[in-house]
Design a protein around this ligand. Structure first.
Ligand SMILES: [Zn+2]
Length: 251
């Protein structure tokens, strides 16, 4: 188990005094590796909380550069870093928060060709994407490599989150017994309420830290639905689909 320096014991003091986390949980965080796919609205807050919590190795992948129109909600990026690759900008901010961790910034698209190689060596995949195609790719890789996939999605004032772990519950494809939805190429961008990605990403970071430390009940087999206008949270139960093409009996 990774030991903690005196410096780290001070940094993580409020975690160390939580009985559920403690020294053992903090050591698990230090030994953990997480891949965050996307450094946009969701990825911003996921990355900052994972860095602050002391996750030892974080990979962040995003092919885009920081644009002025991102800053209304992608809070890891800053005005002086406009034009910088988002993965690099995220890395800079994460290391500014916590220089004790390792961060790999990957300025590439996450595709069927490179996904396997990029994801190798990370124990949990976290969704910071904005499209179905990439989520399906992460999901299928997670099922194949028996890794958990922490999921989040946002639209206007609403968001949702779940944890997919095919060994213990449904996978993302189980949500779509028929044909999974397709993204409309070239569709105009969706409106996003400024704090919405932060709310959902905070839930994703919470679930990731829980999976690593083994505390609490993960959102496996449950989909959390959030509505910022009505300020409601609702949980619905998800079923594993026996004929799911990825995790079912007849895959
Ligand atoms: Zn499935």
């Amino acid at each position: 188990m990774e030991s903690l320096s005196e410096h780290e014991k001070t940094r993580y003091a409020r975690h160390l005094i939580l009985p559920e986390i403690g020294l053992e949980g903090q050591q698990k965080l230090k030994a953990a590796s997480v891949l965050v796919v996307g450094a946009g609205g969701l990825g911003s807050t996921i990355c900052m909380f994972l860095a602050a919590s002391g996750v030892g190795r974080i990979g962040v992948i995003d092919a885009d550069t920081v644009d002025l129109s991102n800053l209304q909600r992608q809070v890891i990026h800053t005005t002086p870093r406009l034009g910088m690759p988002k993965a690099e900008s995220a890395r800079e901010q994460m290391l500014a928060i916590n220089p004790e961790i390792e961060v790999a910034a990957i300025t590439q698209r996450f595709t069927a060709e490179n996904a396997h190689a990029l994801a190798e060596g990370y124990q949990i995949f976290v969704d910071g994407t904005d499209n179905f195609a990439t989520r399906l790719l992460i999901n299928d890789l997670a099922v194949q490599t028996q890794r958990p996939f922490v999921y989040g999605a946002i639209y206007h004032f609403e968001g949702q989150a779940s944890v997919f772990d095919a060994s213990r519950g449904p996978c993302y494809r189980c949500l779509f017994p028929g044909q999974p939805p397709r993204d409309e190429a070239g569709a105009p961008p969706n409106g996003i309420f400024t704090p919405l990605p932060g709310t959902i990403a905070t839930l994703e970071a919470s679930e990731t830290i829980k999976l690593i430390t083994g505390v609490g009940e993960p959102l496996i087999g449950r989909l959390l639905l959030y509505n910022a206008l009505e300020m409601t949270f609702e949980t619905i139960h998800l079923q594993k689909q026996p004929n799911c093409p990825v995790c079912g009996q007849h895959k």
